[in-house]
Design a protein around this ligand. Structure first.
Ligand SMILES: [Zn+2]
Length: 250
């Protein structure tokens, strides 16, 4: 099958599943979405906060300490909003050299603690490691499936030491993907049908709970961020999904 055909087939399948799903009674209480936004505060963050405020839905912003130092007003605004949970996404974002970063366990812990100081967070801190879909919660643990066994094994001490230093680590179940420019890849409609499909047939870290990964840079004006996020939230509300906050994830 050509790639074009494969994509067309995947879309058709998702559409059919969505129709099937829409015809069955919704189980709102059993279907909770946790909106998470990574890498802020950045251009795009204020649009996210505007939409959360207007739509009155909770979300978690996993922030980068370095970015917060450069955008203190945005950090303060996010902290003033009861709907928003601030999470720690490291100080340096590993300078995007993940292998090097995770080769130094003490360095990883120090980087996470430095971000706590900048973000004003105290243990237990909700956190997401840069570039790693890893969970380390008191009653749940999961490694990053995209890493080979050897690499995951090498990095395991990092995850354990960070967790033992007062961090609850959260990965994700699905991603609204973006291009290098920050431009979102899936349309809102496609993303919503993916979410419907996953609730019907997917396996989440925790049953009935989908952690959606997004990045602040996707919601800049140049990508029509406010309208897209508003459309996503409206579509999810229409389908009677509940919105959860990361502190209630357990
Ligand atoms: Zn990140």
């Amino acid at each position: 099958m050509s790639d074009c055909n494969r994509i067309a087939w995947m879309r058709l399948r998702l559409l059919l599943l969505t129709l099937l799903f829409a015809a069955s009674p919704a189980l709102a209480a059993d279907r909770t979405i946790f909106l998470t936004f990574d890498d802020g505060p950045l251009n795009g963050t204020s649009n996210i906060l505007d939409v959360l405020q207007a739509e009155q839905v909770p979300a978690t912003l996993f922030m980068v300490g370095m970015h917060a130092e450069a955008n203190r007003a945005l950090l303060q605004r996010a902290k003033s909003m009861p709907l928003v949970t601030i999470g720690n996404h490291s100080y340096s974002h590993a300078y995007n050299h993940y292998r090097h970063f995770y080769g130094d366990t003490e360095g990883v812990v120090a980087d996470m603690l430095k971000a706590n100081a900048v973000l004003g967070l105290k243990p237990a801190v909700h956190a997401r490691l840069p570039g790693r879909d890893v969970f380390r919660l008191p009653n749940y643990s999961k490694d990053d499936n995209s890493l080979g066994l050897a690499e995951a094994g090498r990095e395991d001490p990092d995850y354990e030491f960070v967790a033992a230093s007062g961090f609850w680590l959260y990965g994700w179940d699905h991603e609204w993907v973006h291009e290098d420019s920050g431009k979102p890849v899936q349309s809102v409609d496609l993303l919503v049908s993916e979410i419907d499909h996953l609730f019907g047939y997917g396996h989440f870290a925790k049953p009935g709970k989908l952690i959606l990964l997004m990045h602040d840079e996707m919601f800049q004006d140049v990508f029509d961020g406010k309208a897209k996020l508003t459309a996503l939230i409206a579509a999810l509300k229409l389908r009677r999904y509940a919105f959860g906050t990361i502190p209630d994830y357990d």
